[in-house]
Design a protein around this ligand. Sequence first.
Ligand code: SAH
Length: 318
Amino acid sequence: MPDPANEVVDLVFGRFRGQVLYASTVLGVFDHLSNDRDVEAAELASMINADSSLLYRLLRALATIGLLSENENKAFRLTAAGALLRSDHPRSLRAMALVTQGPEAYAAWKHLVPIIRDGRPDGFRREFGVTIWDYAKANPAYRALFNQAMTSHSTVQTQLVTAALRSFDFSAISTICDVGGGHGHLVCGLLQAYPHLAGIVFDQPQVVAETDLLWGPKLGLADRCRYLGGDMFREVPPADLYTLKMILHDWSDDDCIRILSTIRRASSASVNLFIAGVVIPGPSEPHFAKLLDVHMMCMQSGRERTTNKYAGLLSAAG
Ligand code: SAH
C-alpha cells in the first residue's frame, strides 16, 4: 500500500515546482532552448545573463519535473512539455505560468486564511486595495500578460467549445457576441468554423485597445470580427448568440445575475446563450474545478459552480 506520507510530502513541497517553472520562464530559459540541440548551462547563462553554476542547478530541477532533459554531458534540451513554455509555441502556456505563479497571485493567496475565517473573498483587493480589473487597468504590463494568459486557456478551450457546439445548428445565426471575450480567441475560432458568421468581441475598452494582441487582425478575420469596448454590467450589443467563457466564475451570484440580465435585455427571449467554464461535479469526484474555486476566492469575489447553481442564476436573470 502506498505510504500516505509520500502524498503529503509531495503536496507540502508542491510549490517548488511552480516556482522553479515561474523563475525559469522569467529568465527566458525556455525561449533560449530547443528540442533539437543540447545546450550547456554555461552557454545558456551567457545568453540570458545569469550565473552559470546556479543556473545549472535550476536546469537540473527543471529536468526533474519533466520540462527539460539532461544528457550525460550535463547539457539540456526542451521536452514536449517544456516547449509549451516558449513564447512562440502555438499553444504557449507561458503567460499562464507567469500570471498564475507570479507575485500578484502569490500576494493574493496569502490572504486565504482570513478570507475563510471572516467569509469575505477577494485576497487581491485585500492586498492591493483594488479589484484585479482596476489593477490591470492601471498596469498595462500586467494587463497584457493577464489577457495573454486567458488566450493560453483559450488555445485549449476554443477547441472544446467548437467541439461541444458541433451539433448546434448555426444556420439561423448571423451575429455572435462573446461577452468578456478578451483578445477574441473564441470568436475567431467560431468564425473560422462557420464562414457565414460575423462576430463581436465585447470587453473592457482598455482590453480591446490592445491592438497588437487581437486575434481578429492577426488571423485575417478583421472584416468579420468587430471589437467593442464597454461594460457588461450596463449594456451589451445585440446579437443572435452570446457566449460567456470563463466569465461568470469571476463574480458573485448577484453580479452574475446582473451580467445575465444585461444580455437578456439586449436580446429576445429565444436568444442563444452558451456558457463555457469549469463545472463542479458531485461531492465524491475530485476535480480541478474544486481547486480553481479557491483561486477565484483569492483573486476575486468569484466562485466555481455546479450545473444546478448555473440553472438557478439563469432563471433568476429571466
Ligand atoms: N472570455 C475570455 C476572458 C476571460 S477573463 C477567455 O475565456 O479567455 C475575464 C474577462 O472579463 C477579461 O477579459 C476582462 O477584461 C473582462 N471583463 C471584466 N469586467 C468586465 C466588464 N465590466 N465588462 C466587460 N468585460 C469585462
